[in-house]
Design a protein. Structure first.
Ligand SMILES: Nc1ncnc2c1ncn2[C@@H]1O[C@H](COP(=O)(O)OP(=O)(O)OP(=O)(O)O)[C@@H](O)[C@H]1O
Ligand SMILES: [Mg+2]
Length: 287
């Protein structure tokens, strides 16, 4: 009788399953990264398509950069959350729902695999991240371009690759990327609080892009934004601005829901109060 205990050791190809197979298309992949910026309590996230062709053709040096001013990641978060698939989410705020610490937002992440969506977008990835008040930033570098799409070969040579064979380099440096600077997202100026956050640069890009697809990403991400802030054009503390740029030019994405709602409020409101007062917990009382 033989009796042996085995450990489950996933093949590196599991990354392909998580990233590419599970994520339907490039738009959903990008929306996953935007959701992560929201969960990190960012005020803004900027998605830049750099060195693309006139019709958004991908060239050898094209890049997609996703930048936010969220909470950033500590070395521990990088090691425990970023590296390992299916990270259990421990951030629990007050109440039943899982909420973010700083802004009490309802946390969108649940599965702990959203970041693998990056693999749908490209194979060479550099992440720079900095915590609030930290005097250093961490850089996570991984170039998966020597593997084929299914992680079955390295530089064209067949190899039995397990997930723990994929080594990822992390180092710290004096901040050079996440530094105090004025950031403009959708013509709104964000002059402050830009010394913490996360910047994800993806090159060796895959798939195809178009303005239409950017519109899709925006549509998918709109549910994260406060409709009221949009309608009243106010910049509240919980503002979450999502901006897109292609070759340094701002892409204005149409905001049909907001337009429609705004019109409804302006033209079809049953009751309109100007300079009114409203006391909570008493009956409606405008004077
Ligand atoms: N932009 C970011 N800023 C700060 N931390 C981030 C950012 N993106 C990812 N992280 C960290 O990495 C973790 C993993 O992200 P990932 O999207 O893979 O999983 P999730 O958001 O927890 O769940 P889901 O798979 O449902 O999106 C997050 O929980 C967070 O700790
Ligand atoms: Mg997520």
């Amino acid at each position: 009788m033989e009796n042996k205990t085995f450990k489950i050791r996933p093949y590196a190809r599991l990354l392909t399953m998580l990233g590419e197979q599970l994520i339907k298309n490039e738009q959903i992949a990008l929306a996953e990264l935007i959701k992560n910026s929201y969960d990190a309590d960012a005020n803004w996230v900027k998605v830049s398509f750099v060195d693309f062709g006139d019709k958004m053709e991908i060239a050898n040096n094209s890049k997609i950069i996703i930048e936010d001013n969220g909470c950033g990641m500590s070395l521990e978060t990088i090691e425990k959350s970023w590296m390992n698939p299916a990270t259990p989410n421990k951030k629990v705020g007050k109440g039943e729902e899982k909420r973010t610490l700083a802004k009490n937002r309802v946390i969108q992440g649940e599965k702990g695999i959203g970041r693998f969506a990056i693999l749908k977008l490209g194979r060479t990835i550099t992440i720079t991240t900095r915590l609030k008040d930290s005097n250093k930033e961490y850089v996570i570098d991984y170039d998966l371009s020597s593997y084929d799409d299914d992680f079955l070969t390295v530089a064209g040579q067949e190899k039995e690759l397990y997930i723990d064979d994929i080594a990822i380099n992390v180092y710290s440096q004096q901040p050079t990327q996440i530094i105090d600077r004025e950031v403009i997202v959708n013509s709104q100026k964000y002059p402050e609080n830009n010394h913490n956050g996360t910047k994800i640069e993806i090159s060796n890009l895959k798939g195809e892009w178009s303005k239409r697809k950017i519109e899709d990403v925006n549509k998918e991400s709109q549910k994260l934004q406060s409709i009221f802030d949009k309608i009243f054009e106010k910049q509240s503390n919980d503002n979450f601005e999502i901006g897109f740029e292609v070759n340094n030019e701002r892409i204005s994405v149409s905001d049909k829901t907001i337009e429609k709602l705004s019109n409804l409020f302006q033209n079809n409101a049953v009751l309109k109060v100007t300079n009114g007062k409203y006391k909570e917990k008493t009956d409606l009382n405008f004077f």
